[in-house]
Write a protein that binds this ligand. Structure first.
Ligand code: ADP
Length: 444
């Protein structure tokens, strides 16, 4: 049974929901389709925060910052490959995005700093609580209160075109039911393709064998559907990875664990790389080991130096032992081998010279029980590339012309983050451009 509405949105992550609310506020009837059985997509996994400069929250905390500085940091972080016009929009409208979320009931009163930012501008809930689930909850409740319909387990499979204009989408429900949703405007907010292992390895063969930190819905279907009707893509090969992700659940272990003294060992109980090398070097070194994963090994002094580790222990990500030998046995590794590796490393710490791998900073010896290990491997985290959009979030075709009726926002788009996305800028992107897409579709 076909359905008709004004605006149909594919994807219920931060970008899709922000777009839905703006389109509804412009007086349109809105349907959101979501292929998974939960609302929120990858946005639910965001823990860092939302970058914005010049907010009321920063002012209240006495933080001096400007959209100009945010712009410069973002361009530098993206190795200047970013689309300047889109970055201008991102950074100049970020503060308004934060005020908008606050007006909808969000708590973004805690401000911190993430890598690549020159000021404290990463906004998150009180106490640094996870920001993604909070923002999704606020947006979902507002969307539902405004009468926006969200259809779960409903997957968009095709974008419908008539007379060179987008006129709706074809969807398939979980039970196999297929129908069309006709609409004057379609907004693609399907997120990235970080969970499409085949696609990212095809785009960048160096990523063959990588896992993912993304939820299963990040499969790139929005990009492929749009390409099928002539949409252009940009920067598809720019893919952000992380070397230390827990293979079983995609949880990212912060680099600070290595920074604060952990070593990486393989199944022979040996070190195999300078742990502080760049992400790509550490990633391929891990993939070259038996089982394509490795263990981050550290002692109680490293644990005490970093509060995040407490959390990893609580989540059950660590294997523990009172001695190095006990830890090795619990990992199924030869205890004598691991013990001699750690002894040798501890001597390097004393002399300050890593004779095996030339690690520069070795902040502490690993000798105080308990000892811990976390299994890790490299994974894809964020896909910078995607659909080519203009300042109104309209999708462009391969000749640079607007595809009438088609909009996109969030991780599905490309060009904003250039060759590298700064921590905290993903949420900014999906709120700022999600709102723009919703307003554009709402006023077309
Ligand atoms: P963003 O951060 O850009 O908002 P998210 O990953 O948070 O992206 O959200 C994108 C959402 O889109 C996910 O919930 C995902 O399951 C959904 N999605 C992806 N492809 C489709 C599709 N073809 N049909 C319906 N929903 C989709």
């Amino acid at each position: 049974q076909d359905v008709t509405t004004d605006v149909v949105i594919i994807g219920s992550g931060g970008a899709g929901l922000a777009a839905a609310i703006e389109a509804r506020d412009a007086g349109k009837e809105v349907i959101v389709v979501e292929m998974m059985n939960v609302v929120g997509g990858n946005t639910l996994r965001a823990t860092g925060g939302l970058n914005a400069a010049g907010t009321s929250v920063q002012k209240a905390l006495g933080i001096e910052d400007s959209a100009e500085l945010h712009f410069e940091d973002t361009m530098k972080g993206g190795y200047y490959k970013n689309n300047e016009e889109l970055v201008r929009i991102l950074t100049s409208q970020a503060a308004d995005g934060v005020e908008w979320l606050i007006s909808l009931g969000a708590d973004l009163s805690n401000v911190g700093r993430m890598g690549g930012s020159s000021q404290d501008r990463t906004h998150r809930p009180t106490g640094g609580a996870p920001v993604g689930p909070h923002i999704i909850q606020v947006l979902r409740e507002n969307a539902q209160a405004k009468g926006i319909e969200i259809r779960l387990e409903t997957k968009a499979t095709e974008i419908l075109v008539k007379d060179n204009k987008v006129v709706g989408i074809k969807v398939e429900e979980k039970d196999g039911k297929v129908y069309n949703i006709k609409a004057d405007a379609v907004i693609i907010a399907t997120g990235g393709f970080g969970a499409n292992l085949e696609l990212f390895a095809q785009l960048n063969p160096n990523l063959d064998g990588f896992g993912t930190t993304n939820h299963a819905g990040a499969n790139g279907s929005g990009i492929l559907m749009a390409q099928a009707i002539g949409a252009a893509v940009i920067d598809m090969e720019e893919i952000q990875t992380h070397p230390t992700v827990v293979p079983s659940n995609g949880y990212m272990i912060t680099e600070a664990v290595r920074g604060n003294g952990a070593i990486l060992i393989n199944r022979n109980g040996e070190r195999f790389v300078n742990e502080l090398e760049t992400r790509d070097v550490v990633s391929s070194a891990i993939l070259a080991q038996e089982g394509k994963t490795a263990f981050l090994v550290f002692d109680n002094t490293v644990k005490e130096s970093l509060s995040a580790i407490e959390n990893y222990i609580r989540m059950g990500l660590t294997v523990e032992g009172n001695t190095i030998e006990e830890l090795a046995a619990n990992l199924g590794i030869d205890p004598a081998a691991l013990s001699s590796t750690v002894e040798k490393y501890n001597e390097f710490v004393l002399t300050g010279v890593d004779e095996d791998f030339s690690r520069g900073d070795m902040p502490r010896a690993l000798k105080e029980g308990s000892f811990y290990a976390i299994e890790v491997g490299p994974a894809v985290h964020h896909t910078m590339g995607g659909l080519l959009i203009n300042s109104q979030a309209q999708v462009l075709d391969t000749e640079g012309k607007v595809i009438p009726g088609l909009y996109a926002a969030g991780e599905v788009t490309g060009g904003i983050h250039g060759a590298n996305r700064l921590g905290g800028n993903a949420l900014t992107d999906l709120i700022v451009f999600g709102r723009i897409a919703g307003k554009s579709a709402g006023n077309q």
